[in-house]
Design a protein around this ligand. Structure first.
Ligand SMILES: Nc1nc2c(ncn2[C@@H]2O[C@H](COP(=O)(O)OP(=O)(O)O)[C@@H](O)[C@H]2O)c(=O)[nH]1
Ligand SMILES: [Mg+2]
Length: 344
């Protein structure tokens, strides 16, 4: 039972119905339950899962300050103008208590509020080794079940989250901005492997053409026809089966210029995202990406569950006792770890 306004509790069944009928208040409650790993969370997610698989999931990553949040807001409005509904998940690795980014999000929420075709949620990453957490997956699942046509997931391009986004999204946008000094140096290696569309935002700023050129040169030299994703710690190269690969089957990564602050180039970007969506289906690539998404989700769920079990079966006193034994060299951490894991 989820506590609402101190006294009223809402049953998992009511939350599931709320999500499936697009009730915003109940959707928000269900998301909170998932985020807080409430006891009902898994029951809710299980019940809504058969109703997922319809949304096109779009990941947006890039360094802080490149204009991702501004761009996502504009893109959402453009999608609305095109008659589609949009769910937004903004993931911020900073603490919700430091303010900064969330303050910006509050401004953004005001811009987008009042439109029932848009639902936005900000979340801080926690307890997931810098990557996207299991709960990010869960929130996407709930938005998908609630019937949103497009789900935009904004994540700061730092560490593991940047690579993870490519396993979560169907289409990945990497956002750059001009004026990062030595362009080629500033553009991180690995970006070409995850980007389906490269965006140079802040195209109103000097140096934009230099940045575009640098990216285009990188694309030419690396001939980014394959997409590499780390899975089980191994580099997985995703490509269509060799027999059917023709030039027409390949997705051409392009560099697009936008000014998110004014909206310039946003409609063109939206159309390119839609073109990628069409390509995913005509080429059959959608199946490959869906399998990756599911494998990634499954791994995240198992890892989270294992963490929970380890914590539950290992009281602090016992852990401290083990630490003492190891520190006296009466045993070693490998043996103790095996013993403790065997008990789970
Ligand atoms: N000049 C210019 N400023 C922009 C543009 N897009 C965003 N900004 C500004 O850049 C700053 C960072 O934007 P934000 O969307 O928060 O970036 P994020 O950290 O990547 O999410 C804000 O002050 C925006 O107003 C743009 O196209 N041109
Ligand atoms: Mg942002």
């Amino acid at each position: 039972m989820i506590e609402l306004a101190k006294r009223r509790a809402i049953s998992a069944e009511a939350l599931v119905q709320g999500v499936l009928t697009g009730n915003r208040l109940l959707l928000a409650r269900a998301i909170s339950a998932a985020e807080n790993e409430h006891a009902d969370a898994h029951a809710i997610l299980r019940a809504v899962f058969p109703h997922t698989g319809h949304a096109h999931i779009i990941g947006i990553t890039g360094a802080p300050g490149t204009g991702k949040s501004t761009l996502v807001t504009m893109l959402a409005q453009q999608y609305r103008a095109a008659g589609l509904t949009v769910g937004i998940v903004a993931i911020d690795p900073t603490s919700p208590f430091t303010g900064g980014a969330l303050l910006g999000d509050r401004v953004r929420m005001r811009v987008l509020s009042g439109d029932s075709g848009i639902f936005m949620r900000s979340m801080a990453t926690r307890g997931s080794l810098g990557g996207l957490s299991k709960t990010t997956n869960d929130v996407v699942t709930l938005l998908d079940a609630a019937g949103f046509d497009r789900i935009l997931v904004e994540t700061v391009g730092v560490g593991q989250a940047e690579v993870d986004i490519a396993s979560l999204a169907h289409t990945t946008l990497v956002i750059e901005a001009p004026g990062l000094g030595d362009e080629v140096q500033a553009i991180k290696a690995g970006i070409l492997e995850i980007a389906d569309i490269l965006v140079v935002n802040k195209a109103d700023r000097p140096g934009v053409d230099k940045t575009v050129k640098a990216l285009e040169m990188m694309l030419e030299t690396e001939g980014s026809q394959t997409r590499q994703i780390r899975h089980h710690g191994q580099l997985l190269t995703v490509q269509a089966p060799p027999a059917v690969v023709t030039q027409a089957d390949r997705w051409q990564v392009t560099v697009m210029k936008t000014v998110a602050a004014s909206g310039d180039g946003i409609e063109e970007l939206r159309q390119q995202i839609e073109a990628h969506n069409v390509w995913l289906h005509t080429s059959g690539e959608i199946k490959v990406r869906e399998q990756l998404r599911i494998a990634h989700t499954l791994e995240n769920i198992m890892r989270a569950e294992l963490n929970r079990r380890i914590k539950a079966s290992l009281p602090l006193a016992r852990l401290n006792g083990m630490v003492e034994i190891i520190s006296q060299r009466a045993s070693d951490p490998y043996t103790v770890a095996d013993t403790l894991l065997a008990e789970i």
